[in-house]
Design a protein around this ligand. Structure first.
Ligand SMILES: CC(C)(COP(=O)(O)OP(=O)(O)OC[C@H]1O[C@@H](n2cnc3c(N)ncnc32)[C@H](O)[C@@H]1OP(=O)(O)O)[C@@H](O)C(=O)NCCC(=O)NCCS
Length: 239
């Protein structure tokens, strides 16, 4: 199937091997692992708020440009426009949103081919390439939506974010404590659309499996709790 091959080829940024610290030398690195990144809908607002509130004040400052309070984060999560913008997320097996990105499309009709990228990864999940993969995923979607310029606003001290942007080919301009990076995107092709369909399907399937596995473990935990209660009651009942 040519289009599947083409899709995987075009989506290879999303198949970069995860980086674990310095890691083994390239020749003995494990084969690429797909990180399922799914598009999130309005029913994920609660988890989006949970994820952002799990960031410490410094990370909130890096993400939003100010140390957002829990109330401000809640307002942000409540106000995401899922009809216009796109939110991408990476869930772990416990269905915790460990990484997310917001691709915000321009509301200015003169700049309708522009979008802005913002991202956050929980501390416990950093350095595995999730930030870079979310960037690749968002750039793929932006391109398919007709965006030609993707902007990233970051503080100049934000080495990790600026590295993700410059490695993707973005031009970084620093202005004192702030930096702006912009990346020109290629026009969409049939292959880029098919690639996105494939990676989204894989991610949706992965999420459904995680939901089922979690429901199963929750059910087993419930059964165990009932069993323990019965055993305790039997032990404590008068002989
Ligand atoms: C920026 C952020 C998303 C990066 O997430 P991540 O998943 O750890 O990033 P990656 O693992 O994809 O690493 C990307 C690159 O940055 C480098 N990097 C990661 N952390 C770094 C650090 N603390 N200092 C220097 N470089 C770092 C990585 O080595 C990698 O470069 P490489 O590909 O050459 O090896 C994460 O640090 C974060 O959530 N920060 C708080 C919020 C924020 O700053 N958002 C960005 C502004 S919108």
């Amino acid at each position: 199937m040519d289009w599947v091959k083409a899709s995987l080829e075009a989506g290879k940024g999303l198949l970069r091997p995860p980086t674990e610290g310095a890691g083994p030398p390239p020749e003995i690195r494990p084969p690429p692992v797909l990180v399922p990144i799914r598009s999130l809908g309005a029913n994920h607002r609660g988890r989006i708020a949970w994820h952002l509130m799990a960031l410490d004040p410094h990370d909130r400052y890096l993400r939003f440009g100010f140390a957002a309070s829990d109330e401000q984060i809640q307002r942000y999560a409540d106000s995401v426009n899922f009809d216009r913008d796109e939110i991408f997320g990476i869930y772990n097996r416990r269905l915790e949103l460990i990484a997310m990105a917001h691709l915000a499309f321009s509301v200015d009709p003169n700049l309708d081919a522009c979008a802005e990228f913002g991202v956050s990864v929980l501390k416990s999940a950093r350095g595995r390439g999730y930030g870079a993969r979310l960037f690749d995923r968002a750039a793929m979607h932006a391109r398919n939506e007709g965006v030609s310029r993707l902007f990233i606003y970051a503080l100049s001290e934000n080495t990790a974010m600026l590295r993700i942007a410059s490695k993707a080919g973005a031009k970084v301009e620093r202005d004192g404590s702030e930096a702006e990076a912009h990346l020109y995107l290629k026009s969409a092709t049939l292959d880029s659309h098919l690639s996105e369909m494939v990676v989204e399907q894989v991610a949706q399937t992965d999420y459904r499996i995680k939901v089922q596995v979690k429901q199963f473990w929750d059910f087993l935990a419930g059964v165990q709790a009932i069993r323990r209660d019965i055993q305790d009651a039997q032990r404590n009942s008068p002989k």
